[in-house]
Design a protein around this ligand. Structure first.
Ligand code: PLP
Length: 399
């Protein structure tokens, strides 16, 4: 049997390669950080990780992981409700709830799992989910698992959201779900306006703040804080795999009864192993650091401003905003898909690691390099990257 299936898989792989969609993985020989080295040798400055606050190799966070590792052991070999809940898990849940401004929080192995488990237990076929068209793949999959009717609105378009809410008016319960920050553009969802519409149309609101928790908003609580609507968002999904340390894990924070029901019914929570205690302990430490000091968030924002202003001054087109995701656009230039790839390759030669994205990852004519700034970048490293962008930009005729 395998022979025939092998031919099928080979053909599928060929199609992926022919369409230019084959993803090659560069193997790192170093911890994740600002300076990394890949198999091919040279050290490069990393501008493509979600390591927004530099916690992925912060000595305080690693020490906390180490302490939790020896205090609580390597793993639980159990789901939460059998014998997989330790004090460190409960402590993390209560700290997350406090940080996010929610009643309670429930842990998952990843934000992907959180989205896979949050909709199905809450919304049945009499309900409706109204979802932004650019929402993360895990939201799309999670919504598919629910029996609720699905309505999709144009990205960040509040008029279309309202239209969809009107279409969904017969539903017993409605839930609006959005990414807090859209990862290809770095744009921030209008969570305040979404909450207003939710009030007007009697809907619940769920925000996936994976690209915001820890650094967006005056004290880093996320997009709800940035938009001035803490307490109005019913459910917040977020990851520990980005700014909060980058290991893995995620949660849903929200109203007490909803979290309680998720503990009873959410399948990835009930039927998947407990978060490793070292990660739980390290994430508690991350939240403690963030609660005590604004230093890293301020450094991240200062780095982001420096980079954004430098790029605009040099004549690059970037998606405006404040987020450390900085998309550098090439769509107005000839052969933009190739240019974005050539540009990224040339930057790597110069010691700056960024990724070029083109169709179909982003729409036709929207090819880009996505730069991600970290608080761990030194000012000189931001200047170095700007210098290399200018050099390559001139060489390739992009500025
Ligand atoms: C990264 C991301 C996820 C996935 O997070 P994991 O914890 O790595 O599974 C989910 N949602 C959004 C919006 C993300 O950006």
């Amino acid at each position: 049997m395998y022979g025939r299936f092998k031919d099928h898989v080979d053909a599928e792989l060929r199609r992926i390669r022919d369409r230019g969609l084959y993803k090659r993985e560069r193997v790192l020989e170093t911890p994740q950080g600002v300076e990394i080295r890949t198999e091919s040798g040279a050290k490069v400055l990393n501008f493509c990780a979600n390591n927004y606050l530099g916690f992925s190799n912060d000595p305080r966070v690693m020490a906390a992981a180490n302490t939790a590792f020896f205090r609580w052991g390597f793993g639980l070999a159990s789901v939460r409700f059998i014998c997989g809940t330790q004090r460190v898990h409960k402590e993390l849940e209560s700290r997350l709830a406090e940080f996010l401004g929610a009643d309670d929080a429930i842990l998952y192995s990843s934000a992907f799992d959180a989205n896979g488990g949050v909709f199905e237990p809450l919304l049945d076929e009499t309900c409706a989910i109204v979802s932004d068209e650019l929402n993360h793949a895990s939201i799309i999959d999670g919504v598919r698992l629910a029996k609720a009717k699905r309505y999709v609105y144009r990205n960040n378009d509040m008029d279309d959201l309202e239209d969809q809410l009107v279409h969904a008016r017969e539903a017993r319960f409605k839930l609006i779900v959005t990414d807090g920050v859209f990862s290809m553009d770095g744009t921030i969802a209008q969570v305040d306006k979404i909450c207003d519409l939710a009030d007007r149309h009697e809907a619940l609101v769920c925000v996936d703040d994976s690209h915001a928790t820890g650094f967006i908003g005056p004290t880093g609580r996320g997009t709800h804080e940035h938009c001035g609507c803490v307490g109005r968002v019913d459910l917040i999904v977020t990851t520990f795999g980005k700014a909060l340390g980058g290991a893995s894990g995620g949660c849903v924070a929200g109203r007490r009864e909803i979290v309680e029901l998720l503990r009873q019914r959410s399948r990835p929570y009930l039927f998947s192993n407990s978060l490793a205690p070292a990660i739980a302990g390290a994430t508690v430490e991350v939240l403690r650091i963030l609660g005590g000091s604004a230093e890293l968030r301020e450094k991240l924002m200062a780095n982001t401003r420096l980079f954004r202003e430098g790029m605009e001054r040099a004549g690059f087109r970037i998606v405006p905003g404040i987020h450390p995701i900085v998309p550098v656009l090439f769509g107005h230039l000839p052969d933009d898909a190739r240019l974005s790839q050539d540009f990224a390759n040339a930057l790597l030669e110069e010691g700056v690691y960024v990724i070029g994205f083109s169709y179909p990852v982003v729409p036709v004519g929207k090819s880009r390099i996505r730069v991600q700034i970290s608080a761990a970048h030194a000012t000189e490293q931001i200047e170095f990257a700007l210098d290399k962008f200018r050099k390559v930009g001139k060489a390739l005729g992009a500025i």
